[in-house]
Design a protein around this ligand. Structure first.
Ligand code: ZN
Length: 417
């Protein structure tokens, strides 16, 4: 069959459609080409992803397991062990190894691992590097995972080379994350980024036959204890396969929780590229837009326009601690807050001096401010003040620093109880 004829058969997006048909039919080479297409951001990628998303609506999505940890923790060996275990159970497994620090996809790290796959169509291995992806590494990874999901794997293992910020974002795309640690890493566990411990759904103590494993386990238990979560700890010796079956059992157990809980609901929704889709920020689940704060030189001047438009402007109140006067404009369930500085040294005065009048902050209303603040602290988000503030009329609020909120000052206010 000539290329031209199939182009005609499949229409303008023939290439994408052919690859899609191939990967759906279990053709590993078609899958590999489809992944490359998406990874390269080729013109046909959008069409291909559209086809994949369409078919995924009808499919049971595979379980996505993120495997992360510092370099040298034996993640690759562990992932290979998990793949063997899964194959032994007759489950098809796709492996995506992501290396944000390398400019090369494929290459050396592929060598041994291709052998694992061999002629077995039930295993697919792919490595991916950054290569300056336009939409960011996490977004590209999400697209690649979508293509792999459409190929009908039962489990996808997402492995990272290290535990940098990019890698944490990547494993954040998984339903659950295993953080792999080994004894005697030099750094103690406290040396790891807070974010790494935060994302762990299970800790794997690999090289559990090496000295120092009890100490490491103790440190992990301590950290887990402080977090108030229950995070299972599994000991493995990946090189001999010891504990790998147990780890798989734990992951499957976590999946049970996941399908019965709210995570499953999250997965049903399309995932925003680059966003951590895990529903960790429960305290913000039912947040609504409360108001937009606009810094103005004069409330008296600015309110005229709104009043002329029939908007009801509330009383002007002074908020001494913020050194501002505010007036609230009622707009359905939301409001506009006009802010006028009372002192030249106030934040609002400095804002106007620097940037002129304009949008000063966005305020979300949350059901439980305490919980939200606690969660933000865990996530390492920068708050403007250390404690919850009490404003005019007794409402409670905090400000999230623009550096943690995409350049916009973000206010969280507690819903009136
Ligand atoms: Zn406000």
């Amino acid at each position: 069959m000539s290329e031209n004829r199939s182009e005609r058969e499949f229409g303008a997006n023939g290439h994408a459609a052919r690859l899609f048909a191939g990967l759906r039919g279990g053709d590993v080479r078609a899958l590999a080409r489809a992944v490359s297409l998406v990874e390269d951001g080729a013109a046909e990628a959008a069409g291909l992803l559209g086809l994949c998303r369409e078919v995924l609506k009808e499919m049971k999505r595979p379980l996505r397991v993120g495997i992360t940890g510092p370099p040298g923790a034996g993640k690759s060996t562990l992932v290979d062990g998990l793949a063997r275990e899964l194959r032994g159970q007759g489950r098809r497994v796709g492996i995506l190894a992501v290396d944000p620090s390398s400019a090369f996809t494929g290459g050396a790290i592929l060598g041994d691992r291709i052998r694992l796959a061999g002629e077995d169509a039930g295993v697919y291995f792919r490595s991916m590097a950054t290569r300056g992806h336009l939409g960011g590494l996490a977004a590209t990874t999400e697209d690649v995972l979508t293509v792999m999901e459409a190929a009908g794997f039962d489990v996808l293992l997402i492995e990272t080379t290290g535990v940098g910020q990019g890698e944490i974002e990547v494993v954040g795309l998984a339903d659950m994350v295993a953080v792999v640690l080994v004894p005697g890493m030099g750094d103690s566990i406290q040396g790891l980024k807070a974010g790494v411990l935060e994302i762990a759904d299970v800790f794997v103590l690999n090289k559990a036959d090496a000295p120092g494993v009890e100490r490491l386990e103790g440190e992990i238990q301590e950290v887990v204890g402080l977090s108030g979560k229950t995070v299972p700890v599994v000991k493995t010796v990946a090189t001999t396969g010891l504990g790998v079956a147990e780890l798989l059992g734990v992951l499957d157990g976590l999946r049970q929780r996941l399908t019965s809980g709210d995570k499953a609901q999250m997965r049903a929704e399309p995932i925003m590229p680059g966003m951590n889709p895990r529903p960790t920020l429960k305290a913000l689940d039912s947040a609504v837009l409360d108001h937009l704060g606009i810094a103005v030189r004069s409330i008296a001047e600015s309110r005229r326009l709104y009043e002329a438009l029939g908007v009801v402007v509330g009383d002007v109140e002074e908020v001494a601690q913020e050194r501002v006067r505010v007036a609230m404009l009622a707009l359905g369930d939301s409001r506009i807050e006009l802010l006028e500085a009372t002192e030249a040294e106030s934040a609002v005065a400095r804002f106007i001096e620097k940037r002129g009048e304009g949008l000063h902050h966005v305020a979300l209303q949350v059901p439980d401010l305490e919980a939200a603040v606690e969660r933000l602290r865990e996530l390492g988000v920068r708050l403007v003040s250390e404690t919850i503030q009490v404003g005019a009329g007794g409402h409670r609020y905090v400000f999230v620093h623009p550096s943690s909120a995409g350049g916009v000052l973000l206010e969280l206010v507690e819903a009136k109880r």
